[in-house]
Write a protein that binds this ligand. Structure first.
Ligand code: AKG
Length: 291
């Protein structure tokens, strides 16, 4: 019978316990580190894949495109967060560098945020509804072209041309600062006749927030719509701000009326600072946004 072992002096010798132990240990270590190496590699790929935003994708047979079309496929991952309101989440929509560059442009020009007043409202009666600081900046004012690139991408995912966007409203919320729930669309019965209407809003989160600061949709899927909702309350669908991520939601239904479930606000920041750039998109072209 053949035995497995070392040949010593012309005879096979069964290896001793230390040898077998070391051999087992060797294979264990190779297996352990090898597998963790591969699993990290996979995670890396998964984590990196959203970074491919907007890059072209190989391996598809593309169609001839029209004058304004593109000769590549775009990969812009998104998650449907809700149909009521229509809300989409875009992970890693912008890079960390783009976010930092927008904050840099905005921070020296921040002013207390303001509100569009309804009939009968005054600065005094609306005090406390929106406590962030903010500023407006359009892509044409940004020499780095960061805002232009972001706008292009927003236009692509909404299929609403850049020219329909208002200037970016860059906001900073510090601890305890918030924005009570409100609609972005202006109901003519409350605000008077409107030349154009806000169709959708795109929020680009420029910072992570340690705690709080979520964008909330208290009426999501019809919840809290019994008339008793307190507009300060942070309830319903909550979207946690994460640096570089985007949130798109529609304020109007496909029939052009205001989607009542699009009521939204910003929960108070509990720890950290929230930076966000809001782009309101209208049903009419905006004169000052052409370049
Ligand atoms: O800061 C947020 O999360 C919401 C901002 C907002 O509601 C707005 O700018 O209209």
């Amino acid at each position: 019978m053949k035995s497995r072992g070392r040949l010593v002096g012309g005879r096979w010798r069964i290896p001793g316990f230390p040898f077998v132990f070391l051999l087992c240990l060797f294979f264990f270590l190779v297996g352990f580190f090898g597998s963790s190496l591969f699993s990290h590699k996979d995670e890396g790929i998964l984590r990196q894949s959203p970074r491919m935003l907007g890059e072209s994708v190989e391996g598809f047979n593309l169609l001839p495109h029209g004058e304004t079309g593109e000769d590549s496929l775009s990969l812009i991952p998104y998650q449907v967060l809700s149909w009521y309101p229509r809300a989409l989440y875009f992970p890693n929509f912008a890079t960390a560098e783009q976010c930092e560059s927008i904050i840099e442009m905005a921070k020296a020009q921040l002013q207390p945020s303001t509100l569009a007043l309804r009939k009968g409202e005054t600065l005094d009666s609306t005090k406390g509804i929106r406590t962030s600081s903010g500023m407006f900046i359009s892509a044409s004012e940004d020499k780095t072209r960061t805002l232009y690139l972001i706008e292009e991408k927003i236009a692509k995912v909404t299929m609403i041309p850049r020219s329909h966007g208002e200037a970016f409203n860059v906001l900073r919320y510090e601890v305890d600062q918030s924005y009570h729930s409100h609609y972005d669309a202006f109901s003519p019965s409350e605000y008077g006749p409107q030349k154009s209407q806000r169709v959708a809003s795109f929020l680009l989160y420029l910072s992570n927030v340690e705690e709080g600061g979520e964008t909330m949709f208290p009426f999501e899927y019809g919840q809290n719509m019994d008339g008793k909702y307190d507009f300060r309350k942070c309830v319903g669908l909550k979207v946690k701000p994460r640096k570089g991520d985007g949130l798109l939601f529609y304020s109007l239904l496909p029939n052009g009326t205001i989607d009542l479930t699009s009521l939204h606000g910003s929960c108070p920041v509990i720890r950290g600072v929230k930076w966000v750039a809001t782009k309101w998109i209208r049903d009419q072209e905006q004169e000052d946004e052409e370049d």
